[in-house]
Design a protein around this ligand. Structure first.
Ligand code: NOJ
Length: 549
């Protein structure tokens, strides 16, 4: 039944991709001043947590996930004064800023790496994961997540360094306590500035296996195996993460949410909750239904709504008595949710509202990704040249190497590219959607003239208005926040349905994710619905929230 919650459990979190949020300088990339300008907008969505993807100094080979100074602001985003202003102004809007800690790797332009790469015997020589080659080749046949070998040769050491992601993102050696403590110092720097917590990047990769060697197991024609399969979630990783928690977070009223690809719902109990290392974990079982193991865009698998139901159920149940769930359907790495989960729904607005109904009523803190509250769809760029994302190019190449045609490789890119969700925010119908007065770094979605914040704010039937109403509903009906979660219609293959109940009220949520109408054996007064709900019948793709008397 009802429980005492912390501030970050009661609110709505919003992820901003600052590069695409709002540009105030006309240079075509978003900036911190742009975020400050839109704090009122975020407050109107009921947002109390704003997660910024990295804004630290970076050569931007992976749009900020390659950090070259952990306690600075990249000039493309503004200055530290801007950031201090953001911390202060956000507080005035009731919003806490959450920083993105990229601690598995740095940029290859980070001074730590430059020193480490300079020789085999410098003071930072073992701050990264260095290995000798084997028979004149890489130390292992591991493929990096962005494609190609996960090893980069460095002539000054005549050795290879590991990069789980791009060659410009060498992996730090967490086995060295000096590395860990330097990272903890950086994290404390941001807490001292007023950060409300952290989203922690790619955390499952920080502990490397004891033995690194060529594997006979391969997963493609290239004779390689994904580094993910060889390094994610290694035994012993939790000891590091508990150390992080002790050293950085204990005694502070902040929260952590870690990105943990490779950890499933069954393991959540070790990662979150009373004795876990983090407060919440982004686990990907519902998001990665398209892939067995690692994401290879040209090799997706089919999945059903029952699979989605199961993944959500497992996470809800795994965090029922211990821990807390960060509900999310989108982020800056994934396709837009309406294209991802309901591609066959002809009414995109309805699809967005139905998914929003689930997102904002599951038990946990909802994480809304910029543009999701407007029902944005995937970008549909004509050519590979229109894309910017480093992994998109790697995936295209992988598809070609596996024998797929250009058209097939492009189809995979269009479906899964990370740029699908990175197109600039559409603020109004002026050129470039009011995002920039210059040339945007990535194409603005073609629908911006009709579909933008200004237009949707005026339309009571828009996706934005629906989000705002859901945010208000969460405030008015606490069971949606602190109530427990119980599945209903568990065997139905198309309807996601559950009950949220506390001592005061019981609320039921029904979402039909199919193109068929469903007979519903449910009573109660309608708190919200995606359409004109007719008692006893859930129209195709319709969702309804009912208060039980
Ligand atoms: C996960 C981040 O979300 C993604 O954008 C990034 O490319 C990788 N980690 C590497 O930092």
């Amino acid at each position: 039944m009802s429980e005492k919650l912390k501030w970050w459990q009661e609110t709505i979190a919003y992820e901003a991709y600052p590069r695409s949020f709002k540009d105030t300088t006309g240079n075509g990339t978003g900036d911190i001043k742009g975020i400050i300008e839109k704090l009122g907008y975020l407050e109107s969505l009921g947002v109390g947590v704003l997660w910024l993807t990295p804004v630290c100094k970076s050569p931007m080979c992976d749009n900020g996930y390659d950090i070259s100074d952990y306690t600075s602001i990249d000039p493309s985003f503004g200055t530290m004064e801007d950031m201090d202003e953001l911390f202060a102004k956000a507080r005035e809007h009731g919003i806490r800023i959450v920083m993105d800690l990229v601690f598995n790797h740095t940029s290859d332009e980070h001074p730590w790496f430059i020193e480490s790469a300079s020789s085999r015997d410098n003071p930072k020589s073992d701050w990264y994961v260095w290995r000798d080659g084997v028979d004149g080749k890489e130390p292992s046949n591991w493929r990096s997540i962005f494609g190609g070998s996960a090893w980069r040769y460095c002539p000054s050491r005549d050795q290879y360094c590991l990069h789980t992601f791009a060659p410009g993102q060498p992996d730090l050696n967490w086995a060295n306590p000096d590395v860990r403590h330097a990272l903890y110092d950086a994290a404390r720097f941001w807490l001292d500035k007023g950060a409300g917590g952290f989203r922690i990047d790619a955390i499952t990769y920080v502990k490397k296996p004891d033995e690194i060697r060529w594997s006979e197991k391969t997963d493609g024609e290239d004779g390689m195996i994904s580094v993910h399969d060889m390094t994610a979630n290694q035994p012993g990783i939790l000891a590091y993460l508990h150390e992080f928690k002790r050293e950085v977070c204990s005694g502070r009223d902040v929260f952590t949410v870690a990105e943990a690809n490779g950890v499933g719902p069954d393991e959540l109990k070790y990662w979150v909750g009373k004795d876990g290392a983090f407060d919440m974990l982004f686990e990907f079982s519902h998001i990665n239904l398209d892939f067995v193991g690692i994401e290879l865009w040209c090799k997706p698998q089919d999945w059903t709504i029952s699979d989605l139901k199961k993944a959500l159920r497992d996470s809800q149940e795994a965090t029922r008595d211990n821990g807390w769930y960060p509900a999310f359907f989108e982020n800056h790495d994934k396709p837009r949710s309406i294209d991802h989960f309901l591609p066959a729904c002809p009414d995109k607005k309805l699809a967005a509202k139905t998914l929003a109904t689930i997102l904002l009523t599951l038990r946990g803190t909802p994480f809304v990704y910029q543009g999701e509250e407007l029902g944005y769809q995937n970008a549909s760029f004509a050519s590979l040249d229109d894309y910017n994302d480093i992994s998109t190019f790697g995936q295209f190449q992988y598809a070609k190497d596996e024998g797929f045609s250009d058209e097939e490789a492009m189809a995979a890119v269009r479906r899964f590219s990370r740029d699908n969700a990175r197109t600039p925010m559409q603020w109004d119908d002026t050129p470039n959607a009011g995002f920039t007065s210059g040339k945007p770094w990535l194409g603005v979605h073609e629908d911006y003239r009709s579909d933008n914040v200004k237009a949707q704010a005026k339309d009571p039937d828009s996706v934005l208005s629906y989000y705002r109403a859901l945010a208000t509903l969460r405030k008015e009906h606490r069971a949606l926040v602190d109530g427990d979660w119980q599945e209903i219609m568990a065997d139905d293959p198309c309807v996601i349905a559950y009950r949220r109940a506390n001592e005061q009220e019981t609320i039921e949520i029904y979402a039909n994710l199919s193109c068929n109408a469903i007979t519903l054996d449910a009573t109660g007064s309608v708190l919200m619905a995606t359409g004109a709900y007719e008692t006893g019948r859930l129209a195709p793709y319709e969702a309804v929230i009912l208060a039980k008397s």
